[in-house]
Design a protein around this ligand. Structure first.
Ligand SMILES: Nc1nc2c(ncn2[C@@H]2O[C@H](COP(=O)(O)OP(=O)(O)OP(=O)(O)O)[C@@H](O)[C@H]2O)c(=O)[nH]1
Ligand SMILES: [Mg+2]
Length: 391
């Protein structure tokens, strides 16, 4: 297999150059804004693969269309590591191909020759793992907005069109999700927040971060409750934090005792409920918790999901957890990924507001309130060619 990067002003230009040089089977594997240090070679780095052409292993070449290819050698791994390195590289290639296939399935051929802004925006969104369909809708809607303003390509100068298009693109993206970093379902106290989600998604850690930042720091009386009784010593983690923080803590075995505890603690301002991690297959067995959360009009349930989870699995989780009627989506582990499109996909698809983001293990620092600006920044950060920490 031959893999090559092309640097050019638009993805289409790179495609034309690749097809000319590698033949009609050249397949687009990945595209991104070129990193700053090589931006002088072209706005975009577009990677193509040609499955039919064999090259020496661990060797690839980078070149600019029309220039002589400058081969560079990938550093050889020590023999012991070579197999795992090759497997990792193969996985990366397959991942790239998966993206390319998804992208070409919705190939926006109607934009060919319209304006490079359209295909550039589409490439940036899909590179951030915004779903191909959603990316296409957003780009098309941004273009339609400009048509309405008389700024369509051809009628406006490329510069005016470019700036107006970027603005329309941001507005279209922003119109598809909401951010709402509130705790509780109204001004009445106690404000009751339950965190639910798959095992290990960061519920307990995030609950403590929330309790410190929005309870203790503001001198609000806080109570921590746990109904995580399924695993031995499951509640111990939260019990230790409650002791360190000096806040009230109870472990409840049933939803009726949970209801009773809430009743008895109506003098608190904030009550946080920690729940057991529910794997996909366990959800059907969580009927009593599901019924409790779905029917209590005073509990604000946040579905806690790791941003590092694969996009398709995230969608599956959001759908499966609907049985608990979460009102917010809360994403953790933003520090463990560089592609934030899936966060946006789920917010757009479910219509549920994004509440908070966690980007690290530190308690209480690694927590931030979700805002529209932050989400736009995350979604479009990939277009800058960077993978970044959300801290
Ligand atoms: N890198 C990173 N790790 C995190 C983040 N949030 C939580 N973790 C870590 O993820 C692991 C699991 O966190 P928990 O808070 O115990 O997760 P949980 O959802 O309560 O887990 P269960 O109760 O077992 O379902 C711990 O090691 C946390 O420190 C985050 O934002 N970034
Ligand atoms: Mg937990």
């Amino acid at each position: 297999m031959k893999i090559k990067s092309y640097y050019s002003r638009t993805v289409e230009d790179a495609m034309a150059a690749a097809r000319q040089e590698m033949g009609p089977d050249a397949m687009l594997v990945n595209s991104r804004k070129a990193p700053l240090e090589v931006r002088h070679l072209g706005e975009y780095e577009v990677v193509f693969a040609n499955v039919g052409v064999a090259v020496a292993p661990a060797e690839a070449s980078l070149n600019l269309p029309g220039e002589r290819a400058e081969p560079f050698t990938v550093p050889q791994a020590p023999p012991g590591n070579r197999l795992s390195t090759e497997v990792a590289e193969l996985k990366k290639e397959l991942e790239g191909m998966r993206h390319a296939i998804t992208r070409t399935a919705y190939a926006p051929t109607q934009w060919t020759g319209v304006s490079p802004d359209f295909s550039d925006a589409y490439a940036a969104l899909t590179a951030a793992e915004v779903s191909a369909e959603l990316a296409r809708e957003i780009v098309q809607a941004a273009g339609d907005r400009l048509d309405g303003q008389g700024l369509a390509p051809g009628r406006a100068t490329p510069k005016t069109h470019g700036a107006a298009f970027q603005r329309a693109l941001m507005e279209e993206t922003a119109s598809r999700f909401t951010a709402d970093a509130t705790l509780g379902r109204g001004p009445a106290t106690p404000r009751i927040v339950a965190l639910v989600g798959p095992p290990g998604s960061g519920k307990t850690t995030t609950l403590v971060k929330l309790a410190v930042n929005y309870g203790l720091a503001a001198r609000r009386p806080v109570l921590l409750l746990s109904i995580d009784t399924q695993r031995v010593a499951a509640a111990d983690q939260l019990r230790s934090y409650a002791a360190i923080l000096g806040v009230g803590f109870q472990v409840l075995e049933t939803v009726s005792s949970l209801a009773q505890s809430i009743e008895e603690n109506h003098g608190k301002e904030l009550i946080f409920i920690d729940t057991p991690g529910l794997a996909y297959g366990d959800l059907q067995d969580s009927e009593s918790l599901a019924h409790f959360l779905a029917t209590r009009g005073d509990i604000d349930t946040h579905l806690v999901l790791p941003a590092s989870m694969k996009a398709a699995d995230l969608s599956r989780m959001v759908d499966a957890f609907e049985i608990l009627r979460p009102r917010h989506l809360l994403f953790t582990k933003l520090d463990e990924t560089g592609s934030y499109g899936p966060i946006f996909n789920e917010a757009a698809r479910s219509g549920k507001p994004l509440s908070f983001f966690a980007a690290g293990q530190r308690i209480p620092e690694d927590l931030e309130a979700a805002t529209s600006e932050r989400v736009l920044d995350l979604v479009f950060s990939y277009a800058g060619g960077r993978t970044r920490s959300a801290a």
